[in-house]
Design a protein around this ligand. Structure first.
Ligand code: CA
Length: 228
């Protein structure tokens, strides 16, 4: 699994979009782009981003409305949103944050500042992308060395099981659909069947139960899996 964070850029001005895409890709992120709200919402369903850069003024559904929608949806509310706007009034900034946006940048902004804000939001939302350790009870994951321990015992996992556990540990309590796990662990272009996810989850469970003595991966009928 790639640790590259996926950033969705929603911006209707082609030049702005190109500049953002170039700079984010150069900084090591995977950039996906949408030029209006409808396209953005569709992309989010297909490839859940780790962070969203959202232009305020968009044709059709406004940036604020998209932000509001995403922040009430269970599957998207934890995804950080940085609003981008040409408006300068303080009142707009307040309104932007009231809709649930995690940060706000006024155009024209410096790319260095934008990248710093992106890093900060990702670090908050997805610590593994910044090379940290992840903890869940007595379970510890070293994301740089890709190793996992339970108390003092190392749990040796296959690469798919490791990547599945990483996804679950990054967002404990979140329910991951099989499609989302497939997308995150196997990648978008593969034609692996969703039941493959079940097979690898079963292996991961078995390995965890061996050391923890209990099952910590919950199956949500009809939805997917969650770490509790
Ligand atoms: Ca715009």
């Amino acid at each position: 699994m790639s640790l590259k964070a996926r950033i969705l850029i929603v911006e209707d001005e082609a030049s702005q979009l190109a500049v953002l895409e170039y700079n984010l890709t150069s900084a090591g992120y995977e950039a996906v782009k949408a030029t209006d709200g409808q396209e953005a919402l569709q992309l989010i369903d297909e490839q859940m981003p780790d962070l969203i850069l959202l232009d305020w003024m968009l044709p059709g559904i406004s940036g604020i409305e998209i932000c509001r929608q995403l922040k009430v949806r269970k599957d998207t509310q934890a995804v950080p949103i940085i609003m981008l706007s040409a408006r300068s009034e303080e009142v707009d900034k307040v309104r932007g944050l009231e809709t649930g946006a995690d940060d706000y940048l006024q155009k024209p902004y410096g790319i260095k500042e934008l990248l710093a804000r992106v890093r900060l939001q990702l670090k908050r939302a997805r610590p593994a992308t910044t090379g940290a350790e992840l903890w869940h009870g007595d379970l510890r994951m070293d994301t740089a060395g890709q190793r996992v321990w339970c108390a003092d015992h190392e749990i040796v996992l296959g690469p798919r099981e490791y990547a599945l556990l990483l996804a679950l540990m990054e967002r404990p309590g979140k329910v991951f659909g099989r499609g989302a796990l497939l997308d995150q662990v196997w990648g978008r272009e593969c034609d692996v069947e969703t039941r493959t996810v079940d097979v690898h989850i079963a292996r991961l469970r078995k390995a965890l139960i061996k050391y923890k003595g209990e099952n910590i991966i919950r199956t949500i009928r009809g939805s997917g899996y969650s770490l509790f």
